[in-house]
Design a protein around this ligand. Structure first.
Ligand code: ADE
Length: 247
């Protein structure tokens, strides 16, 4: 996968994207990340990239020219790749989630446009296929949001996670929160690992895990259950869970 990032603060990316699993994906050539400072494309003699909003109001807006020209250069450099998705980071965009990470992971080329200041001249948004927000809060810029989205996307690429860290059972990938897990020792400070996990009966273990995932989701994120199509067995397990909770 090729990822282009347009940002006024390229150095912000050098730490987080070159460590751990994302760093290893770059080393293994599963991923190529290019950060472009769109200030370098400003045609203004002072290299300004922002200006006051027409009609007045607080703050400055990013102007279209530097970002349009930076995008043209990126598309020229990547002429052999599909244009892919162009994601503009904006607190007013659609909220990022696991499903979006999965969609992004199917692309061969992603471009993230990171804003700063009060926002974008609206015409910049015509460059984007997606306007995406990390959540309902305002960051100082899109960089941290882009890093989170890149991290969540890259770990889904084939070959990026080894078996040890595998992704398909993750919270959200199954639609449910993850079931509780335990490692050695079987008893730690009086806290026991559930007996069912120690007896090697994989059918019982799978059933226990499914029930625990349903229970955890019911208690912590009932909204996720409403989005899922539950099997007959899941519905029976949920009835059991609710009955246990009412005892
Ligand atoms: N820029 C500022 N706040 C943001 C947010 N919540 N998500 C994405 N980009 C942003």
């Amino acid at each position: 996968m090729k990822i282009d990032i347009l940002s006024l603060f390229p150095d912000m990316f050098s730490g987080p994207l070159h460590q751990s699993i994302v760093g290893k994906a770059i080393e293994d050539q599963l991923l190529d990340i290019q950060v472009t400072n769109f200030r370098d494309f400003s045609s203004n003699k002072h290299h300004n990239v922002d200006d006051y909003p027409y009609g007045g109001g607080a703050g400055m807006l990013l102007q279209p020219q530097p970002i349009f020209d930076a995008m043209a250069a990126i598309q020229n450099d990547n002429a052999k790749l599909p244009k892919g998705r162009v994601i503009i980071l904006d607190p007013g965009g659609k909220q990022f989630d696991q499903e979006m990470a999965e969609t992004f992971a199917h692309e061969s080329h992603l471009t993230f446009i990171c804003g700063h200041y009060e926002g974008y001249d609206e015409r910049i948004k015509t460059l984007a296929t997606d306007e995406v927000s990390l959540g309902d809060y305002v960051l100082t810029g899109g960089e941290l949001a882009a890093m989170v989205m890149i991290d969540a996307t890259v770990r889904l690429l084939p070959g990026v996670l080894g078996n040890k860290e595998s992704a398909p059972g993750d919270s959200f990938s199954t639609g449910l929160l993850e079931y509780p897990q335990y490692s050695r020792p079987a008893v730690f400070r009086g806290m026991q690992v559930p007996e069912v996990l120690l007896n090697g009966n994989h059918q019982l273990i799978d059933q226990w895990r499914r029930k625990q995932a349903l229970k955890r989701t019911l208690l912590k994120r009932p909204d996720l259950l409403n989005k899922m199509t539950l099997s007959k067995i899941d519905l029976e397990l949920l009835d059991d869970i609710k009955a246990d909770l009412n005892d």
